[in-house]
Design a protein around this ligand. Structure first.
Ligand SMILES: [Zn+2]
Length: 452
């Protein structure tokens, strides 16, 4: 009897630990690095990023392969520890897919190409979604794969009947948008969640289905943080489009629209960033669209959208906000990009863009936790406006393509030097080089022929 009691006590203890342990870690309204959506890396969000971090290991997608880099040793290696695998040096087309580090894609048919889709890190695995296009069929579908973080294993996790878009991973759940066409050819969107930690067959569930009568043109994610997922919904046709930012509460499964007090019909909330366990966002006024000198107020609110207040007044309307949790970055990169796209030079030289020189000056203001402006920096990207991922920790990593076009180098900006620039350009430090794989060199030269 004593023995039984002891067992029951242990079982109960395990249950309590499991319940409180998981309950607590999965419900905090703050960023948890190992399990959460890494908003610091995913510029634009939605199809995975090209950089992710797991403790001291960085993951990069370079061409068609995923690499891991220990931050201390600075050695870049394909994410595959299969013995006898040539990894990125494999020249046999039949064997290329066998390497775990290879990002399975159907080159030659995939619209996205080798740099198109990204990946995400969550709880010990790198996840990515790839598209498969059947030969001679209009039918295409998405597949989810995962690779163990040490490259010891690769697994096909799920296969859809059609294509999915805009997926994110957060706390063992995958959130994604399914875009389908009904028999009359009418497009439909469904936003779904799929628990990847459950036992048995994975079961996607719809948590939001936009009203097809409203002519939704698309739905996209802005990110996930704590118990909240944010998405932007484009309502109406392409001509008269309005945008709504919706917040889905992952705990009580409710959906609300993020709005400012007295929001007008032409205003909409956009570009949610996470800052001090709250959200920062722009209020964009469509009436001012195209006016480069127009300004807007930037708001901060609780994660559910309540208690909205002005954070910064009169910020140029195309400036963007980014956060790495430590600093808030206010960047003019998007504005430079828009000005280039709108320019006559751009429109008249669409076929010769590589040789064009653009006139722009990048600028980023950096705010600390107390919203003091602690520095202004000039990012060292001169060919075309480029916004790096600000990243977790002290480094902003970037991939810089070699002049020869044969590979890339991994470089970083040391953020511990923030406070010393006073408007000057920051320098990148080179960590390592990586030549493109055999396959990627062929893809770049348009020599890769699709397998029959
Ligand atoms: Zn390999």
């Amino acid at each position: 009897m004593k023995k039984v009691v002891k067992h029951i006590t242990i079982i109960m203890l395990v249950c309590i630990l499991t319940v409180t342990g998981c309950g607590r870690s999965s419900s905090v309204d703050s960023f948890v690095e190992e399990t959460d959506y890494q908003y610091q890396y995913v510029y634009g969000g939605g199809m995975g990023g090209y950089i992710a971090r797991a403790k001291d290991t960085m993951y990069f997608k370079i061409g068609s392969y995923i690499y891991q880099m220990d931050e201390q040793t600075k050695i870049l290696m394909p994410l595959c520890n299969k013995p006898n695998c040539l990894h990125d040096k494999e020249t046999d087309d039949e064997r290329i897919e066998e390497c775990y580090a290879y990002f399975i894609e159907n080159h030659g048919t995939s619209a996205s190409g080798p740099e198109g889709a990204g990946f995400a890190y969550m709880n010990g695995y790198i996840y990515y979604v790839t598209e498969k296009w059947e030969d001679g069929e209009p039918h295409s579908y998405s597949i989810l794969y995962k690779i163990a973080k040490d490259g010891s294993q690769r697994e096909k996790v799920y296969q859809w009947d059609g294509l999915i878009y805009n997926w994110v991973m957060h706390r063992n759940v995958m959130y994604y948008i399914e875009h389908t066409f009904d028999e009359s050819g009418k497009e439909e969107y469904a936003v779904k969640e799929m628990n990847l930690a459950g036992v048995g067959k994975l079961k996607p569930e719809i948590f939001y289905k936009p009203d097809p009568e409203e002519k939704i043109t698309s739905v996209s994610y802005s990110g996930v943080y704590g118990n909240h997922l944010y998405m932007e919904e484009f309502v109406g046709g392409y001509e008269e489009c309005t945008i709504k930012t919706l917040q889905y509460n992952l705990q009580d499964k409710t959906l609300t629209e993020i709005q400012i007090p007295n929001q007008s019909d032409t205003e909409y909330v956009s570009c949610v960033t996470f800052w001090k366990n709250r959200i920062v966002y722009h209020v964009f006024d469509m009436e001012k669209d195209g006016q480069y000198d127009a300004t807007e107020d930037v708001y901060i609110a609780d994660l559910d959208g309540t208690n909205a207040e002005i954070l910064l007044k009169d910020i140029p309307m195309y400036y963007q906000f980014y956060s790495d949790g430590n600093y808030l970055y206010v960047s003019n990169c998007r504005e430079c990009e828009i000005k280039i796209y709108d320019s006559l030079e751009y429109q008249n030289n669409m076929n010769n863009l590589e040789n064009m020189k653009w006139d722009f000056k990048l600028h980023v203001d950096v705010y600390n936790q107390d919203m003091e402006l602690v520095d202004s920096v000039e990012p060292p990207f001169h060919d075309f406006p480029y916004e790096p991922d600000y990243g977790i920790g002290d480094r902003v990593y970037v991939k810089i393509e070699d002049e020869s076009g044969d590979g890339v180098s991994i470089q970083y900006w040391d953020k511990t030097k923030i406070g010393t620039y006073h408007g000057d350009e920051y320098k990148l430090t080179k960590l390592c080089d990586q030549t493109y794989s055999y396959l990627d060199k062929k893809i770049r030269k348009n020599e890769y022929l699709r397998k029959k």
